[in-house]
Design a protein around this ligand. Structure first.
Ligand code: PEP
Length: 251
């Protein structure tokens, strides 16, 4: 089996001022394991630079929660991949379901954002996942296939291992409803099969995370699943002790 270093990411969403971010890091950083797991923190745009500086002497990498696909242009309110990498950001969350649901993010835009992130040297964390309704109507595989195929349409074989996929069933995000470990494993294994259809030699190297109400008390069982290589954590990542306990579940 491929040797995939687990990746644990904290998605702070629209939370934390610069002062709050600094106070969080002061509590969180001393307990971060030095190896065996990659830790990524995704603050809001305004706290990115402070977090890059705060984590400079550590293994923790900083990710943005979104970006525009163009390098520059008349796109008021947007931020580009080169702008993020210029300030030391190393990764970016793309296609989070909250972006898709509230801000009209489409697979067609993600098809451009993923390669734009790679060109700027950022690690794209591409989020995919079905709604509760889609799961009930047995559309999960169809939805995942569309999101993966379009999101990766411009990604070549030699770039695939530089992409992280996050399987985030929308019905489990911020709801307190976690996918059962077997359910999460089944969907993540299906994503790996999809990848193998197009990238037979590289699919085993791709890290696929699970996201959706991951907490200290369910993280260990989720991380024990064969194809799950880490977690994208929202609500529980806002507390440095809780996130540290979740990170520890991957080691
Ligand atoms: C998320 O924001 O990606 C997420 C999974 O949120 P939560 O952990 O709160 O469900």
């Amino acid at each position: 089996m491929a040797d995939r270093t687990p990746l644990m990411a904290a998605n702070w969403k629209l939370h934390k001022t610069v002062a709050e971010a600094e106070a969080y890091l002061a509590k969180f950083l001393p307990g971060v394991p030095e190896d065996g797991v990659e830790v990524v923190v995704c603050p809001p745009f305004t706290a990115l630079a402070a977090c890059v500086e705060g984590c400079a002497a550590t293994q923790v990498r900083i990710a943005a929660q979104n970006m525009h696909e163009a390098e520059s242009g008349a796109f008021t309110g947007e931020v580009s991949a080169p702008m993020l990498s210029e300030i030391g950001v190393e990764a970016v969350v793309l296609g989070h379901s909250e972006r898709r649901t509230y801000f009209g993010e489409l697979d067609e835009a993600l098809a451009l954002k993923v390669p734009a992130a790679l060109r700027a040297g950022l690690l794209p964390i591409l989020c995919v996942g079905e709604t509760g309704d889609e799961r009930e109507h047995e559309q999960t595989e169809k939805v995942l296939r569309r999101q993966i195929e379009l999101g990766l349409i411009e990604v070549d074989d030699d770039q695939l291992a530089e992409v992280v996929i996050a399987y985030e069933p929308i019905w489990a995000i911020g709801t307190g409803r976690t996918a059962a470990p077997e359910q999460a494993q089944e969907a993540v294994a299906f994503i790996r099969e999809l990848l193998a259809e197009r990238y037979p030699d590289e699919a085993g190297d791709v890290r696929i995370l699970y996201g959706g109400s991951v907490k200290p008390d369910n993280a260990t069982e989720l991380m024990a699943q064969a194809d799950i290589d880490g977690a994208l954590v929202g609500g529980a990542s806002l507390d440095p002790e809780d996130f540290a306990a979740i990170v520890a579940a991957a080691t």
